[in-house]
Design a binder for this molecule. Sequence first.
Ligand SMILES: Cc1cc2nc3c(=O)[nH]c(=O)nc-3n(C[C@H](O)[C@H](O)[C@H](O)COP(=O)(O)OP(=O)(O)OC[C@H]3O[C@@H](n4cnc5c(N)ncnc54)[C@H](O)[C@@H]3O)c2cc1C
Length: 371
Amino acid sequence: MSAATRVLVVGAGPAGSAAALAARRAGAQVLLIDKAEFPRDKVCGDGVAPQALDVLSVLGVDVDALTGGSAPVRTLRLTAPGGAVARRATGRPGWVVPRAVLDARLRDAAIAAGAQPVHHRAREVTVTADGVDVDGLVGDVLVAADGAESVVRRAVAPPPRPGTVALAIRGYAPSGPWPDGEQLLSLTAQHWPAYAWAFPIGDGRANVGYGEVLTGTPPTREHLLTRLHELLPDAEPTQLRAHRLPLSTGRVRTPDGRVLLVGDAAGLINPVTGEGIFYAVLSGALAGAAAAGGVDPGRSYRRALRRALGVHLRHTDALARLSRWPWVVDAGITAARGSQRVFDDVVELGLGDGRLGVRTGLSVARAGLRG
Ligand SMILES: Cc1cc2nc3c(=O)[nH]c(=O)nc-3n(C[C@H](O)[C@H](O)[C@H](O)COP(=O)(O)OP(=O)(O)OC[C@H]3O[C@@H](n4cnc5c(N)ncnc54)[C@H](O)[C@@H]3O)c2cc1C
């Protein structure tokens, strides 16, 4: 395809803005379509892993400006379902940036790079041999970055399998009970797999929340709030909202052709930690480049994503299967308490593109046998 490839990006969250940036860098014309007026809130824990910033930096984003106003997070405290605690410094700092701020800044970066914003709710997607059409907006390639309830996903892929979607509620609370610069993740055996988090932003507030994997009838808002208060009794959050998380155990395989699914629309959320922003910007960046340049963009994007994340995703699939038994997670966190190397491996698996190494596997097995 020529440099004048027309790329429609539906959704201007992290995945869509990264796709727009990458497609612009490759010389494509880009329409960045979103139903929301920005800045807009997005239900999230607001935790931004350093790996996500690495991807954005390669796309030319000024990551200091992106995280400006929030303080670096250098410590992670993991509490196991059985009560073991691992509290250690992370190799590189993470950030907690409210999504109302992060997403608007990222979208601004995409617009500054030449993407044309369009305020529109996508409803109908038509794909022909010659191009794509979203309610009369036409292009050569469509990048579907429209999030967990993606209309594009519904048009091209089956719904997620049971057990591959989580539901979580989040709010903002005074950060008093949780020290700035430290993220807390508290796993619980009740309604397993489930956890609560407290992520101080560095401005006097913390993002707090609770989520669990859906296995049958979805839990009510009251249930989520009760569990949140049980696990974080000091939290008095406001701005409470719940949202679904399509986990990578139910990810969508992008077909050959002109429609490329990225981020939550592709079901790319870490099944153990709920991290999705790194996957969103990485898949968006790969899709944007493939959309702008390939003979078969769907195929080249799928291959690029497999090269970048294939092994990692297989390891997190295995981890998700193993962690059906809470004692496996107890063993992992106990091993991480005893070893910085195991801790770093666990963090890289949960927030980045890490793999379950043999030495870490053995340390966890030993901790499990001792437990
Ligand atoms: C409670 C909760 C806590 C989380 N915590 C974290 C965390 O701390 N760290 C982390 O990394 N990840 C976290 N995640 C996951 C993270 O929020 C997502 O993985 C991430 O937002 C995915 O980005 P995206 O760009 O794919 O989708 P989104 O951020 O959802 O963006 C989708 C965009 O598409 C637009 N859109 C939707 N439908 C249409 C339509 N029909 N037409 C036009 N536009 C449309 C929306 O307005 C939106 O702007 C959490 C998720 C939840 C629910």
